[in-house]
Structure formats: structure tokens, C-alpha cells
Design a protein around this ligand. Structure first.
Ligand SMILES: Cc1cc2nc3c(=O)[nH]c(=O)nc-3n(C[C@H](O)[C@H](O)[C@H](O)COP(=O)(O)OP(=O)(O)OC[C@H]3O[C@@H](n4cnc5c(N)ncnc54)[C@H](O)[C@@H]3O)c2cc1C
Length: 573
């Protein structure tokens, strides 16, 4: 085992983790980024296709600024957000974030007159350099900035535990470098979780391989609270085939360069969704798409796992050629611009809920434990908001009364964690099973029973099955290969525990919310209930190992929903 020491350890190398590190470095602090994947190549940040504008930037009107505000609160967060946070983020994104990206040389798509090309509609977006490609170019810039600032990093390294001091405060982490099998114990004055919003918890998911709900599990096991885990988003129009293309998105969002938007068709070829007419005020109309899909499924004209098509074949080819990077996906299966329509299916996407925190400081309830980015339950994310979170997190750490030196390593916790990791490196027992098989089983359960259409019985049976896996299958887990080097099976063994924790807590959170809202739909509570459930749905462990539930109301200083309780399918947000 190796021991290291730093001022701030940052868990995650996406938009949140990298920017928090850059801000801390600029303030003279010593950050260390630990990323389970490669910095700038892992997590959700690479997938950001569009960049939402804020305020009145790029000649926007006050009506357009207000439409974006309205969209963020109503359509993107379904009122489950701090509205002052949203306003502060808007100002920062307009005045700091976009000017910084411009200075960095991120190419924002322009027309022949040199004007940045915007999407049509009330809430506006742009793209770098084409729609579908923005995140790759953006996060590559951040990776280079991190290298230039000589910020130390540990890549392909999974943080497996947050260490706590005598008073319960976060004092460091244990991490596992899977290319070598080396384990690190790291002392720090503060710990930042930046593990992102998108997890590969279901059989079809937009999350990458390394996203196994680690941030949620790490925070919860360290005494952190979790919030609104059930508010899980779905893409409704991702390629159904081939299976490995499950994240290939046919964007339903307002497009850059054309007023047309993607269309969805049922098994009879009838049009059933088009953002420009069905959800014109929403920049990300996924919950409306899902509602329409559920209705088609109910009518026997689609399924919740396919049997319907989405396409751009009605859109003028010139606009697609110029601005839609993802047209390449269609071309790869031999479809031209006027034939761009394929079978699609829902994919588990990012999560609006996450770790509970104060959005004005990014502090959690655990002293010394902060959040940077979309793993927080305060907002749905997006690369602009996540960058703002990272800025706030860094400001908060800079203003904190950090100790002169990190606390000593809590030896008993470190030894127990090392024993846990080493204990997973053993041969498969007779009649045993591999971690990979268990991960796949967990993901199947979550896709089948925790999909968009949830029933109480389905959720309870998913919970029973996960608990059976934990009790009966996990003890039988073993590896086919016990080498210490580049052993993904070993890492999968660690992932199983995170997947189980994150999945179980998600189900409990879903069972506790007795309504349907935004992307969250349960058939036994088919109404949006602002009277009782416009609340933070918080889970915590008081140390007894039993989940504790708490709800807290949201303040609604600027925008309020226009009803107390409404049929879920009649709510247009
Ligand atoms: C498919 C998709 C499309 C999207 N489209 C858009 C869009 O068009 N526009 C937009 O603005 N936003 C979009 N988003 C949202 C946006 O990408 C995210 O909100 C944002 O990138 C999240 O950044 P982050 O830093 O919080 O997390 P991420 O970018 O997810 O980074 C997480 C990091 O944590 C690391 N990690 C995970 N577990 C561990 C561990 N145990 N130890 C160490 N490291 C760990 C990962 O390797 C990764 O480096 C999209 C997201 C997805 C998934």
C-alpha cells in the first residue's frame, strides 16, 4: 500500500472534478484528481451534445432569458431545486463560463457571417463544433488545462472509501489503481466527490463502464445524505440496435440550424412526438417523450423496450449535414439524410437526484466532504451548471478554516478497507459466480423493474431480488483469474457493492415518493402532488444501518406550479 498526502482530494475527472481542481490550484492549494477512468475521456462530460445559453447572452431578449429560467426550474428540475441557486448559476454561466471557454479557444459553431449559430425555440442552445460533439471538445480543453497547471492525477484509479476522522469529518480516501493492483491511502484536508450523474445501473444506460453508482455509495457509507434518487432521467430515443449503440441519441431537443425537431413514430407509422409542437417550451423534452411513449405502449402501438422509431428524415439535409455530428451514426448503418429513421428504445440516463448538499456552498452534512457537479441532488447537471458547482465548491473550500496539515490516517479504517479489497481477489468457489455476472443480473433487474413505468409490486420484487443477491450470491463470488495486474474482474467485484447500494437506495427512495413527477412515474400514484410531494425526499443512515427517511419542502420564491394536484399525464412539464 502507498500513502499520499494532499490538500484536497477530488474524486472524478469530468467537468466538475477538473474545474474544481483548476480553481483550487489557482488559489494556491494542492489538489489531487483521482479518476476511475481517464481524465477527459470518462464519465458523462464527453457526451454533452448541446450547450445551453444563459440570460440574454448572444443578443437574447429578456423573454428568452425568462424562458430559459422557466425551463430550468419547471421542465428540467420539476421544481425540485433551489431557485436562487439557478439564478446565481445563470449569471455565472453568462458572465464567466462562456467568456472563459471563448478565451480557451473552444470553437462555437458560426455561420458564414461569423455569428454563433443558435437553436430555435424559447430556451436557446449552441454547439461546439456540431450538435452531439460539444462535450468531447470541451472536456479535452479541461484535460489540457489540468496538465498545463501540473495538477497531480491518479487515473484508472477507483476511490473505494471516504475516510473519517475522530469527529466524523472526511480526512481522506482509499483508492485502488487497477492497472497495477496498487492500493493507496490518501490523507487530505477536504474531499470532493465529483463522480457524475450517469450510472450504468440498468442494462441499457448512457453511463460509461466505470459508472457504478460509486459517488452515491461512497457518500452514503461515509454518513452522507442522499436526495431524490428516484428522479431518474431516461433517453426515450436512443438506437435500439446494435446493443453497443444503446447510448447513440437521436436528439429530440431543439436543433441548431433548423426549426424542425426529431419525430417519433409508433408501430403503425403514426407520428406521436415532436418537440417543436408537443413540448415547445422544453429544451430537453425527455419526460414528455416518455409520457407519450407510455401512452402508445398502453395502446399496444409501442413497447417500453422498443417497437417504435425516431428519425430526422423529414429535416432539410443541409441543416443536418452542417450541424448534426450524430448523423454519422445513421451513415454507419447505411442510411442517408432522407432515410434517417431507426428503431429506438429507452436508456437509463442521468439522475436529477444525488448527494444532499447546500447548493450555495456545495457542502454535505459530513464536515470536510464536498460535491462538485452532477452527482449532487440539487440540479440535473449539464456542463455549464456543473462548472458553476465546481467554482462554488472551490470558493467554499478556499473560505474554509482548513487545518495546517491533513489529519493522521485512521489506521483501523484503512486496514479494514485494504482487507476488503484484497479479500475479493480469490478463485471462484465450487458453484460460485463471477462479479461480472452479478453486475449484469443487477442491471437486468433495474431495467426490467425500475424502468419508466413503475409498479409498487415491481419495485418491491426488485428490492427482494437485490437483497437475495446480496445475501446469497455475493458470498459465492470469485474470480476466474487472480492476477493483480489489469484485473477488471477484481474491479467488478468492488463495483458490485456500489451497484447494490445505489440500486437498493434508489428503490427505497422511489417507494417513499407517493406521486409521479417529471421522469418519475409509478402507476399506483398517477398524479403530480405539489401539496405533499414538492419536497426533498432524503435518505440517511443514522449509524444503525437502517435507512432513515426525511422530507423537507422547497422554497418557491419566483416560480410556483399552477396546481396542487393534477393527473400526471395532463401535466405538460
Ligand atoms: C449521454 C449524455 C448526454 C448529455 N448531454 C448533455 C448536453 O447535451 N449538454 C449538457 O450541458 N449536458 C449534457 N449531459 C450532462 C452532462 O454531461 C453532465 O451533467 C456533466 O458532464 C457531468 O459532469 P461531472 O463532472 O459531474 O461528471 P462526469 O463527467 O460524469 O465525470 C465523472 C468522473 O468520475 C469518475 N469516477 C466515477 N466513479 C469514480 C470512483 N469510484 N473513483 C474515482 N473516480 C470516479 C469518472 O471516471 C469520471 O472521470 C449529458 C449527459 C449524458 C450522460
Amino acid at each position: 500500500m502507498q500513502t499520499l498526502e494532499t490538500d484536497v482530494v477530488i474524486v472524478g475527472g469530468g467537468a466538475g472534478g477538473t474545474y474544481a481542481a483548476l480553481c483550487l490550484r489557482e488559489a494556491g492549494l494542492k489538489p489531487l484528481i483521482i479518476a476511475k477512468g481517464i481524465i477527459g475521456k470518462s464519465g458523462a462530460s464527453i457526451f454533452a451534445g448541446n450547450m445551453v445559453l444563459a440570460g440574454t447572452m448572444l443578443d437574447g431578449s429578456e423573454e428568452e432569458a425568462q424562458a430559459t429560467r422557466d425551463w430550468v426550474v419547471r421542465w428540467y428540475n420539476h421544481f425540485l431545486c433551489d431557485q436562487d441557486y439557478c439564478l446565481d448559476a445563470e449569471k455565472w454561466i453568462e458572465n464567466v463560463y462562456y467568456p472563459e471557454l471563448d478565451e480557451l479557444g473552444l470553437y462555437l459553431r458560426r455561420d458564414n457571417q461569423g455569428q454563433i449559430v443558435k437553436s430555435f425555440g424559447a430556451a436557446r442552445g449552441i454547439a461546439a463544433k456540431q450538435q452531439g460533439q460539444s462535450g468531447v471538445l470541451f472536456i479535452d480543453r479541461r484535460r489540457k488545462q489540468v496538465r498545463r497547471a501540473e495538477i497531480p492525477t491518479l487515473e484508472e484509479t477507483a476511490v473505494t472509501k471516504v475516510l473519517r476522522g475522530d469527529n466524523g469529518e472526511a480526512v481522506g480516501v482509499v483508492a485502488f489503481h487497477y492497472p497495477t493492483g496498487e492500493i493507496y491511502a490518501i490523507r487530505a484536508k477536504a474531499v470532493v466527490i465529483a463522480t457524475g450523474p450517469a450510472d450504468r445501473i440498468a442494462a441499457r444506460a448512457t453511463g460509461t463502464r466505470e459508472q457504478s453508482g460509486d459517488g452515491l455509495a461512497l457518500a452514503y457509507r461515509a454518513g452522507g445524505e442522499l436526495l431524490n434518487l428516484e428522479i431518474q432521467w431516461w433517453h426515450a430515443s436512443d438506437f435500439k440496435w446494435p446493443t453497443v449503440w444503446q447510448r447513440m441519441h437521436i436528439y429530440p431537443n431543439p436543433l441548431v440550424g433548423t426549426k424542425e425537431t426529431a419525430r417519433m413514430y409508433n408501430a403503425d407509422g403514426e407520428l406521436f412526438f415532436d418537440q417543436s409542437t408537443d413540448a415547445p417550451n422544453s429544451y430537453a423534452p425527455y419526460p414528455t417523450q416518455l409520457k407519450r411513449l407510455a401512452q402508445q405502449t398502453e395502446a399496444g402501438k409501442a413497447r417500453m423496450d422498443g417497437g417504435y422509431e425516431t428519425g430526422y428524415d423529414h429535416i432539410e439535409p443541409e441543416a443536418l449535414k452542417l450541424y448534426a455530428h450524430h448523423m454519422k451514426t445513421f451513415e454507419k448503418v447505411g442510411l442517408g439524410y432522407d432515410e434517417a429513421r431507426v428503431e429506438t428504445a429507452p436508456t437509463w440516463h442521468y439522475r436529477q437526484g444525488g448527494i444532499n448538499l447546500d447548493p450555495h456552498t456545495m457542502k454535505t452534512n459530513v464536515p470536510g466532504l464536498y460535491v462538485a457537479g452532477a452527482v449532487g441532488g440539487h440540479n440535473n447537471g449539464s456542463i455549464g451548471f456543473v462548472s458553476y458547482d465546481a467554482f462554488v465548491c472551490a470558493e467554499s473550500i478556499k473560505g474554509a478554516d482548513l487545518p495546517a496539515d491533513p489529519a493522521p490516517l485512521p489506521t483501523a479504517q484503512v486496514n479494514a478497507e485494504v482487507a476488503r479489497i484484497e479479500g475479493l481477489l480469490h478463485d471462484m468457489p465450487e458453484g460460485g459466480t463471477t462479479p461480472t455476472r452479478l453486475k449484469m443480473r443487477i442491471r437486468d433487474i433495474m431495467y426490467e423493474k425500475m424502468g419508466f413505468v413503475k409498479t409498487k409490486d415491481g419495485m418491491e420484487s426488485a428490492l427482494d431480488e437485490l437483497r437475495r443477491i446480496r445475501a446469497e450470491d455475493v458470498p459465492r463470488m470469485g474470480l476466474k483469474d487472480t492476477t493483480r495486474v489489469q484485473n477488471y474482474g477484481w474491479l467488478d467485484g468492488l463495483d458490485v457493492f456500489n451497484l447494490l447500494d445505489a440500486s437498493e437506495l434508489t428503490i427505497l427512495s422511489a417507494l417513499n415518493r407517493k406521486e409521479s413527477r417529471g421522469p418519475f412515474y409509478r402507476t399506483d400514484c398517477p398524479y403530480t402532488d405539489n401539496r405533499n410531494w414538492l419536497v426533498k425526499n432524503i435518505l440517511s443512515d443514522d449509524g444503525s444501518g437502517t435507512v432513515q427517511y426525511r422530507i423537507e419542502p422547497y422554497k418557491l420564491p419566483y416560480l410556483e406550479p399552477e396546481f396542487e394536484r393534477e393527473d400526471y399525464f395532463k401535466v405538460d412539464w
